[in-house]
Design a binder for this molecule. Structure first.
Ligand code: ASP
Length: 316
């Protein structure tokens, strides 16, 4: 296939669990800045001739370092008051993938997921073994206290109260990116602290290849939402196979799975999906989703609420 004329694109998300009533102006401003910065850093890789993989890794690392998202520094707490991080990355051109689950000391989980893909014979490493591999690879480790933010601690306390009252699960702050590079290659990356109050070594959809993260030659997706439902529907694989094999547009495929199959089972969330022609979709069925896009002009566009129709013309 000749991909000579492809125009690079990068999409990011910072989670679909945005609640309007909880959002103050200062936080909204800071989040928009962080999303724009992630888009700029990822775009810089693409503009310099870097791969889609380089772009998604750079964007997700930036979001992991920001305190506003449920990934890296701002990760949510488990029921026992720990932070257990999951991440995955996938190269759609070669169907290579790397994932890590349940790590407690890795500063940038997406960096470790990429090391698993590029420097091990495996696809997924978990817990202590993943951290030993990080040490062997020289991937930065931190004291677990690095992941402790007061806001997330208060959320854990609130979640425990809500759980006792049988309240809904609706805070999703996972981060992710999908990119198309000048050679027509697609990549996807997702990183998360999982879900507040999670227990017993729970692993969500983000590191499960085909659930929260997937890329092939036709489509790349990163999801955010109630992970168990993304695993049960193999959401990211389902969307990308609809595009690759059933020739649906990314918009049709994403709508069917994210706004069809998942809510029908009782789940909720969103996703960013990118096609090999640059068409994209950013569906969600929550109040809002932190999201953004940058194309070949290098101008980052960021949105949170459903009524922000910034990129309607380019959506597929
Ligand atoms: N999908 C993530 C999980 O279930 C949660 C999120 O999107 O914030 O682990």
């Amino acid at each position: 296939m000749n991909h000579a004329a492809v125009s690079p694109v990068l999409l990011v998300h910072g989670g679909a669990g945005v609640i309007r009533r909880d959002m103050d102006a200062a936080t909204e401003h800071a989040v928009r800045d962080a999303l724009a910065e992630a888009l700029r850093r990822g775009h810089a890789r693409l503009a310099a001739g870097g791969s889609a993989l380089d772009a998604v890794a750079a964007a997700v690392t930036t979001l992991e370092d920001a305190p506003y998202f449920n990934a890296g520094h701002g990760a949510v707490f488990t029921h026992d008051g720990h932070n257990e991080l999951d991440a995955a990355i996938m190269d759609g051109a070669a169907l290579r993938a790397g994932a890590i689950a349940g790590v407690q000391r890795v500063r940038n989980p997406i960096v470790l997921a990429r090391a698993v893909m590029e420097h091990s014979q495996h696809v997924m490493l978990a817990g202590a073994g993943a951290e030993s591999f990080a040490e062997a690879q020289g991937v930065a480790l931190v004291d677990p206290g690095y992941f402790r933010t007061e806001r997330r601690w208060r959320e854990l306390e609130a979640a425990k109260t809500q759980a006792r009252q049988g309240g809904p699960v609706d805070h999703f702050g996972t981060v992710g990116a999908v990119a198309l590079d000048a050679q027509g290659r697609l990549a996807a990356a997702t990183s998360t602290g999982g879900m507040t109050d999670k227990r017993w070594g729970r692993i969500g959809d983000a590191p499960v290849i085909g659930a929260g993260t997937y890329a092939n030659a036709a489509c790349a997706m990163s999801g955010t939402g109630w992970g168990e439902f993304y695993i049960r529907t193999a959401a990211a694989h389902a969307v990308c196979m609809r595009v690759a094999a059933m020739h649906e547009t990314v918009g049709e495929a994403a709508a069917r799975v994210i706004n069809g199959e998942i809510p029908a089972l009782g789940g909720s969330g969103g996703a960013i999906v990118l096609g090999a022609d640059g068409a994209f979709a950013m569906p969600f069925n929550t109040d809002g989703m932190y999201r953004g896009r940058v194309g070949s002009d290098g101008v980052p566009h960021v949105a949170i609420w459903p009524d922000e129709n910034t990129w309607a013309a380019a959506q597929g």
